[in-house]
Write a protein that binds this ligand. Structure first.
Ligand code: SF4
Length: 638
């Protein structure tokens, strides 16, 4: 590995400006060892480590088949277009590769045909552009459409599993999604995402050969951005049922025609039970996600009546039609049973209302460790990697929550010189966030005041990150004329557009929520201050958070130490990660939540952050920005 990653090695030859990094070699050697022993490994490595090459090169060089999974489409595309070809050149191999996304990312030829015959007004003139692109694309991946991939184009020209016609589709042989799956089945390396990995495992668990599992059954599994696995697994293994699904299925011409008039009453009973179940939910669900606590009788009737229709499906003569209709009715019955049957303590049930007023009921697993373990245990080797996996230098949270017991562990050396490049400002002389129901005026006024001081000290170039829209909007209003720098606010434009304008401004101030805490990359001087307004503890009355907390309490566990604190520490670490993206970046992370200094758990959180000096004094921040030179440790708290 040292030779491959060395100053005269193939990576230096193929990557302009490459600088060897001890942490990258350390990680590559670790991955090499784990894979060689058919083991499981967890590795935390800084943003600047070059993690992707550190896991790809050893796996490719050993000529293992591999599934490489990450959390977002942007990261998938980066892996596919840049990192994987480079790693293959460095490893000196030419593997057969495939990029696999969810079905709804590919152009649906049946929908395109429908649109050509009766275009949707919202697709409008973009249809011509789509048709031109469709005649030349080699993948059918809608991401290639760029600006033409509007939400209306995507919703009218793609199909998810629910609406795909499968074998009955006249375009099945040419279908882009099917071709991508076929390529993945033959590939040596598949680049995919966590949701598909878990959806594949769910199908595998349900004996879903007939439905066609998307991923090859063997191969090393690499889970990048592994800090998102909890959320991805929770979502993939949850059951969801919206208020229109039963009617959509029962009114689908293929279902009606194939079941025939003998079953019209039974089909109407399914739709009526669904309407009654959601009418009952409607009376209890407010604007936020609401836990379902009482049994909803019509919901169980819906599950039973849908289930009883399955027998009628057996009489459908055409095999493909029978499979298509049975699958939809079976999934409807199973999901209705899961979301409305409340007797399994391993699940939390809740409902939420969309902006258009429609309702969806959900059932989410309380624990995902066994599900993740089950989804990955058939792989010869599994590597989970991220820049944020440890709390206070321990993988305990990851191992207990995500089922990585017994895995080999590595925390690489830092990729950056944090003592020289960064400063953490954690004041104690600021109002702590008030508890619910208390007057928050002093806190919000103090927050806006301190934000203003910090932005003046940095001369802009700041991300101000909030945990609630209300706090963000309040700070936005209070600081309206407080500083002379361009201001940007999440929600006022598309995130990519905001980021672009922020980068170009070089002295911009961006007010952001959760989506700016993670996965956002602004290198150089344009971002020199990251302010975290409040420690990012999860909202305690969110149904899933509340149920998981209660579950741990019932087990006699310390829910705060085992769940709330690690999650907040990891998210804070993600926020910190926005600041230092290269060896030449310098800046300040300010955490304007005095609990970090006043509560005992604050020291655990601070120890979880990169080893930058910590100060509670604003004049140290001002001096840091004035000099932008290494900050003397004598002036700081650590
Ligand atoms: S198989 Fe499904 S996704 Fe593919 S073209 Fe047909 S309906 Fe569309």
């Amino acid at each position: 590995m040292r030779a491959l990653f060395g100053p005269r090695g193939p990576l230096a030859e193929h990557l302009a400006g490459y600088e060897p990094r001890a942490c990258q070699v350390q990680m590559a050697e670790f991955v090499d060892g784990v894979v060689d022993e058919d083991g499981r490994g967890v590795v935390e490595a800084d943003t600047g480590t070059g993690k992707t090459l550190a896991y790809l090169v050893p796996v490719l060089r050993a000529r293992h088949r591999a599934i490489v999974s990450t959390s977002t489409k942007a990261l998938q595309d980066q892996l596919w277009t840049h990192d994987l070809p480079l790693a293959a050149r460095v490893a000196g191999v030419a593997p057969k590769t495939a990029l696999l996304k969810g079905r709804a990312n590919y152009l649906c030829l049946l929908s395109l045909d429908d649109q050509a015959q009766s275009p949707d007004l919202l697709v409008g003139e973009r249809l011509t552009n789509v048709q031109t692109w469709a005649s030349t694309t080699a993948t059918g991946d809608m991401a290639e459409l760029g600006a033409d991939a509007t939400p209306d184009v995507l919703s009218n020209l793609t199909r998810g599993v629910d609406t795909c016609e499968g074998n009955l589709c006249p375009f099945h042989g040419d279908c882009w999604a099917e071709r991508a799956r076929a390529r993945a089945g033959q590939a040596d390396v598949v680049v995919t995402n966590h949701h598909l990995v878990f959806a594949d495992a769910k199908l595998r668990g349900a004996g879903g050969e007939a439905a066609g599992m998307p991923l090859p059954p063997d191969g090393v599994l690499i889970l990048d951005e592994a800090h998102t696995l909890d959320e991805a697994a929770t979502s993939a293994f949850s059951a969801h049922l919206d208020d229109g699904r039963a009617a959509r299925i029962m009114n689908a011409p293929r279902v009606r025609d194939s079941l025939g008039p003998d079953h019209t009453r039974a089909m109407s009973a399914v739709v009526a039970a669904s309407a009654r179940a959601f009418a009952a939910l409607n009376r209890t669900v407010g604007l936020n996600r609401t836990t379902i606590t009482d049994e909803i009788g019509p919901g169980l009737t819906l599950a039973e009546s849908a289930h009883s229709l399955l027998e009628a499906c057996e009489a459908i003569e055409d095999q493909d039609t029978r499979a298509w209709v049975s699958r939809r009715i079976h999934e409807l019955a199973a999901d209705a049973d899961r979301v409305f049957r409340l007797d399994d303590p391993a699940w939390v049930h809740f409902a939420e209302r969309a902006r258009d007023g429609s309702l969806t009921a959900h059932a989410a697993p309380l624990e995902v460790d066994r599900l993740i373990h089950g989804a990955t245990r058939h792989r010869p080797s599994v590597i989970a990697s991220s820049a944020t996996l440890t709390v206070d230098r321990s993988f305990a949270y990851l191992i207990s929550r995500l089922g990585f017991g017994g895995a080999a562990e590595l925390i690489t050396e830092p990729a950056f010189d944090y003592r020289r490049q960064a400063l953490i400002y954690a004041p104690a002389d600021i109002q702590p966030p008030p508890t619910a129901g208390h007057d928050d005026e002093p806190y919000l006024a103090g927050l806006a005041h301190r934000l203003t001081d910090l932005v003046h000290a940095s001369g802009g170039g700041a991300f101000l990150l909030f945990t609630s829209r209300r706090a963000m909007n309040d700070a936005w209003r209070r600081t309206r004329s407080a500083f002379p720098y361009p201001r940007f606010r999440q929600g006022d434009a598309a995130p990519a557009d905001l980021l672009q304008r922020f980068r170009e401004a070089n002295n911009g101030v961006l007010f952001g929520l959760r989506s700016f805490w993670e996965g956002v990359d602004v290198r150089g001087d344009a971002l020199r201050l990251v302010v975290i307004a409040r420690l990012p503890f999860a909202v305690p009355d969110d149904p899933v958070v509340a149920a998981r907390t209660e579950h741990l309490r019932n087990q006699g566990a310390n829910w705060f130490a085992e769940l709330a604190l690690p999650r907040a520490a990891l998210l804070l670490k993600q926020g910190f990660g926005r600041l230092i993206r290269s060896t030449s970046d310098r800046g300040v992370v300010a955490v304007l939540d005095s609990r970090l200094r006043r509560r005992r758990y604050g020291s655990t959180i601070l120890r979880s952050l990169p080893p930058a000096p910590v100060t509670h004094r604003l004049d140290h921040v001002q001096r840091f920005f004035e000099s932008r030179n290494p900050h003397g440790r004598a002036h700081v708290d650590r």
